[in-house]
Design a protein around this ligand. Sequence first.
Ligand code: ATP
Length: 329
Amino acid sequence: MICLGIESTAHSFSIGIVTDNGEVLSNETDMYKPKKQGWGIIPMEAAEHHKEIKDELLKQALEKANISMKDVDIISFSQAPGLPHCLYVGLEFAKELAKKYKKPLIGVYHLIAHIEIGKLFTKSNDPIVTFTSGANTQILGFAEGKYRQFGETNDIGIGNAMDKLGRELGIGFPAGPKIEELAKKGSWTELPYTVKGMDLSFSGILSECARKFKNKEKIEDICFSFQETCFAMLTEVTERALAHTGKSEVLLTGGVAANKRLQEMLEIMCKERGAKFFVCPREYCGDCGANIAWTGLLAYKFGQKPLEPEKAEVYPRQRTDEVDVVWMK
Ligand code: ATP
């Protein structure tokens, strides 16, 4: 069985083709870049980018997988959560393909898709998931039919926090990899540490970084201390979720999972607790069609009812624990 997955929640438009034994036949992604230098995502511009690129990416994905639309059994798309303008481009494209080629249409919650592709590639079974992407930061674990949010950001996602810091420091977008590089040459400068119960917030830390930058503190020190502080906060909450649930695995995923210092901190914590630590492979950490295709396949195989194209919708603000996970029951 083959599923074609369409991802369009934010800056990336991606089409992945995956088989039901977990083989990724293709995973073609094109990322929108803001026209004005130094700006973050402008949703309408990003949606225009997705519209312009979608047919070409489909062609590329089919060619790379060496199949035609006839060989595709299921079409899945990122249905939630995300930027409405961007989500609608994926929805309309998926509906068009499902109708034209008469294929079942499956909506996928894209945060869960990040978890499932991570589990597929790491062979982790029932992890606490430290999900660190651009717009989202959540500490999740499966319990009673759903992925539950044990902790989350109270303001912005860690990736967006890094990108905002990047704008303040004038180092461009996306800023995560550049901050990681600069941090290697930095040393400690005091920043607020904001864990509230199981939740985190990053905007106070950002304001303090901006203040320090205006006061001519070294950019490397700001990057180093930002990482040390925010990643320690994430590690603390992840550890508490492990202790609370009694689970014995941690899976790090989302775009920020590429960061080696974050990986190192979580790994040390896991080692000390006797838990196993997994990181989703870099290629599949960020938004991609392959994770939407794989999760669409799981949902379809385990009985999730396909959507009627005319009635299919997107849910920009849906929460992880509102979604039934049929394949885990
Ligand atoms: P979401 O998936 O929540 O809609 P998104 O699409 O913006 O958000 P991803 O594609 O998962 O998120 O991740 C992008 C983020 O990852 C960016 O904010 C980027 O700065 C960050 N990032 C990428 N590489 C690194 C790195 N090495 N260190 C830290 N952050 C990184």
